[in-house]
Design a protein. Structure first.
Lengths: 165, 196
């Protein structure tokens, strides 16, 4: 499966640079542990005033799957999702969707989404929250890749048999 | 696949959705069960009565018609808070929100069918005021003897169309007249006795 990774620059990039930045922030916060995100935001010091656009809520979404590129779609199962929408002072509106039932996690995602649209907050958010989360996720990814690589099986015998024939 | 909604102008909905929607639902129920009485909806939502009714009654299964050239602010607000689709034609809508001046002939809307009269559209018509217009007398279920209302701003032809709407009972549109946060119910069962 060739899945594009929004964390890698240049892949799946929308025409609009701001939309790309928002996608990256959404992905980073949704993939990070809520406590990690919370710790990053705690280092921000001042945060913008927020007012909720609608109350943070939990729902279920149906995750759909497909075997291969041409298989029939099927319902894999339901996933709890928390979503939030906030407006920060300055008028920017951010929305956040994260897997799970953690209201705070979704609100932090919405806050980051709003801040990234605000010229006053964008750089600070990148330095204090997004960059550390990206670094941590990169480490997690390489660690997982290394653990997976250690269990790799090479079917060299079959390959050689075919080659000698 | 997905249509983006511009959120920059979208204001907040109900702060506490469940109690607020229950209060508004009670108000709409009162208005439709006692046709012709003025009911004040207990809501602080934007867009007055139509906003309160939308937040209370609409969801992803209720296509909405807002006219040929809908005001984008209200359309975006509805899409965000209610998740309701915007109908492509008046006949596909199960809820209609229009100002009285934009109201097309009522027979353009879906009045239900013989098997499912409950699928008829509900119209929320926004007026400048619910008093001060030409008086109209109502009778029918929910009215003890007679009830007189005098909404301002309806087209002269409206009451004839409303009488035609009653004539096709048990099909028919349910109509809510709104001004500010006050509403008057005109369910399909109400008879129009004197025309404006």
């Amino acid at each position: 499966m060739n899945q594009s990774d929004p964390l890698v620059a240049g892949q799946n990039r929308p025409a609009n640079a701001l939309a790309a930045a928002r996608q990256r922030a959404h992905a980073l916060i949704a993939k990070s542990h809520p406590a990690t995100v919370q710790a990053c935001f705690a280092r921000m010091g001042d945060l913008p005033q927020t007012s909720p656009l609608r109350p943070t809520e939990i729902g279920l979404i149906m995750v759909r799957g497909r075997v291969g590129g041409d298989g029939q779609r099927f319902n894999l199962g339901e996933l709890p999702v928390a979503r939030a929408a906030v407006r920060i002072d300055g008028g920017a509106v951010g929305v956040g969707y994260v897997a799970g039932r953690d209201h705070d996690h979704a609100e932090m995602a919405a806050l980051a989404d709003a801040m990234i649209q605000s010229d006053n907050w964008r750089e600070q958010l990148e330095d204090v929250v997004l960059a550390p989360l990206a670094a941590e996720l990169a480490i997690r990814k390489t660690t997982n890749a290394r653990k997976a690589a250690a269990t790799k099986v090479d079917f060299f015998t079959m390959v050689r048999t075919r080659a000698e024939k | 696949m997905t249509m983006t909604v511009d959120l920059s102008g979208v204001s907040a909905g109900f702060a506490e959705p469940v109690p607020a929607a229950q209060r508004v639902f009670r108000g709409v129920l009162d208005a439709l069960s006692r046709p012709g009485t003025l009911v004040r909806l207990d809501s602080t939502a934007d867009f007055g009565a139509k906003g309160a009714i939308a937040l209370t009654l609409l969801d992803y299964e209720t296509p909405v018609w807002l006219g040929e050239n809908p005001e984008p602010a209200f359309g975006n607000w509805l899409r965000f808070h209610c998740g309701c689709p915007l109908a492509a034609t008046p006949a596909q809508a199960s809820f209609v929100f229009l100002d009285a001046v934009d109201l097309p002939p009522l027979d353009q809307f879906h009045a239900g069918d013989a098997k499912y009269p409950d699928t008829a559209a509900t119209l929320v018509i926004t007026l400048p005021a619910l008093t001060g217009g030409a008086p109209v007398t109502l009778a029918g279920p929910g009215i003890q003897t007679r009830q007189t209302i005098a909404p301002l701003g309806l087209a002269p032809d409206f009451w004839r169309q409303a009488a035609d709407n009653r004539a096709q009972f048990q099909l028919g549109l349910d109509i809510i007249l709104a001004a500010g946060d006050v509403i008057v119910g005109l369910p399909r069962s109400t008879r129009i006795l004197t025309e404006g």
